[in-house]
Design a protein around this ligand. Sequence first.
Ligand code: C2E
Ligand code: CA
Ligand code: CA
Length: 706
Amino acid sequence: MTLDLSNTPAASEEPVSTIAALRDRLERAHLNLEAALDAVINMDEAGRVTGWSRQAERMFGYSQAQTLGREVAELIVPPAHREAHRQGMARYIRTATPTIVGQRVEVRGMRVDGSEFPIELTIAALLQNGVHFFCAHIRDITDRKLAEDDLRIAAVAFESHEGMAITDADGLILRVNQAFTAITGYSAAEALGQRMSLLRSGRQDEAFYEAMWAGIQQTGAWQGEIWNRRRSGEVYPEWLTVTAVLGGQGQITHYVGTFTDITRRKAADAEIQQLAFYDPLTGLPNRRLLTDRLKQALASCARSHHPGALLFIDLDHFKNLNDTLGHDQGDLLLQQVARRLNDCVREGDTVARLGGDEFVVMLQDLSEGLTEAATRAEAVGEKILVALRQPYQFSQLTHHSSASLGVALFSESHHSVDELLKRADLALYQAKDAGRNTLRFFDPEMQAAMTARAALEADLRHGLQESEFLLHYQPQVDEQGRLTGVEALVRWQHPRRGMVSPADFIPLAEDTRLILPLGQWVLETACHQLNAWAGQPHTAHLTLAVNVSAIQFHRADFVREVLATIDRAGAPASRLKLELTESLLVKDVDDIIAKMMALKAHGVGFALDDFGTGYSSLSYLKRLPLDQLKIDQSFLHEALSNPRDAVIASVIVALGQRMGMTVIAEGVETRAQRDFLEREGCHNFQGFYFGHPAPVEALERFFQRE
Ligand code: C2E
Ligand code: CA
Ligand code: CA
């Protein structure tokens, strides 16, 4: 910013040499007082105001009338500077010659309200008859100061860590900063006068630059990623912002380009990408990337109508290798498997690792029809199985392995990715079930069964919460038909399904371990019933048999829980009988005996259920402290017509009795069956012939009869 001092005496270029000329000038200046942009103040030797211009009134807030005769320093010089000002004036008077001395200084000014602002002060002095007169021209330079600050800040900012280049409207480089040189390798001297195309790498085509310039013209700025070339020839990525600078008329005067080198950020991005989407061990795509590609494959297959296939692969007995040879060898095996899988597929197919020893191969664009596609998928699957069966060579040893493989085809986009993964997984499950080292296709019937099972499981949990279960009791009688006890059989009164048979939900409850809360509920309910019977003379002798699943029995705190339940309900322990099945015996017989003995010590009895259907060895049977054998109903139903079954039944009766147990036959449906059993020496019966499982009230008729 230049100062316009043309109407101030001091600004005059040529030296002012005579007093006459000076006075003339001063008078002219005075005439200009009112018109001047600057404030003009005249003062006498003592620094008192003799003239105060309009502009001075505006600038400082005092009217001329308020100022005449007062010391200027007191009016417009902030207190802190006042003393210095006065001394300056005095020194000035002492040394001043009769000629004018123009001094332009930047000092602080003060308004009537005490507020300060920067001013530029030019003082002209006149010595007449030994007396000084002064004329001060004062300019408010607040705006100029701000502009100067801006410039200074801009200059500092220009030397930032971002590369910067300023070009004129034609794109010729006018200025570059140090960061520009650091990043591009071109010195300022080399860059000035060149175009920015100096840096072009050739990685972007003409269309790219056209779009970029169109953006700048339209919106005044553009930013984006761009590949440029350093002086050394190295190509690097940068993040570039180009801003157009507009002149007063809105025309573009300059362009400012700022950029940062993003080589490192890009490398970091790539690494993050690698970590997020690839399995570190094998370098194969992970589940996330597979899911992504599967989505795309489904979409493209809806367009092309070419089916694809998803192959789930699981190494057989991989855990064994890991456990025996260690994780390092396990990792080596997985890496070799990954390589073999990649060798089995085409370029466009995806091999992924889901984790552990689970791999997935996605085949795309198999062919037109589903049948043809299935054949192709099967061929690839077989090839994979063969490849994975080849011996694996580790440094010291050769390892043999095999894999199981499940295939799910996809032809329409209406399968979701999840659904498809589940299907392939189910097929894999089937392959494993079929003895491993084999391949299975997804089968919709199996799917239906699994879905139904999942629904039943959810219902079962819900049913437990909502107390949808109840106990029925089936009579057990002696040869006189007198009631000796009952077996508790659980019933599920489902709000929609109706009465659900335990045969349908007990196996599921065992699989999901829901048998634990359910079994506990049964035991508790049964014990409360025993407690109720204990108080009545005609029921006090009744025993109550409760079915106990192996899962319950194998729990470490089974004994404690049973005893606590008996205790809480106040039930006579000696009337409680637990029915165990032979399936229990496959595990740790010593532990079973210990638990049975602990409970027997409190009077609890044991019956072996479904006897004759399992494979229990007689030697085990002899060791178990059982009280009762229950002959399975399957023997009875044929016993009368089939002599073989009849023999077995009679042998079992004899066997039980020889081992000191009572024998009870279940499933007795006819008088003939009952009589046959009695002839064979069996004196206890349970079955429809004597009574169906029913609510406790149904037992009343036995008591009335007595
Ligand atoms: P189970 O322990 O062998 O029970 C005997 C089954 O035979 C019962 O079936 C009973 O209703 C049926 N039954 C009784 N008399 C006759 C007859 O004369 N003819 C024929 N054909 N059947 C007869 P249910 O009640 O359907 O129970 C099936 C199985 O569910 C039981 O077999 C038992 O293994 C299991 N179960 C029932 N309640 C429980 C329980 O509370 N806990 C456990 N863990 N399992 C239970
Ligand atoms: Ca039973
Ligand atoms: Ca049974």
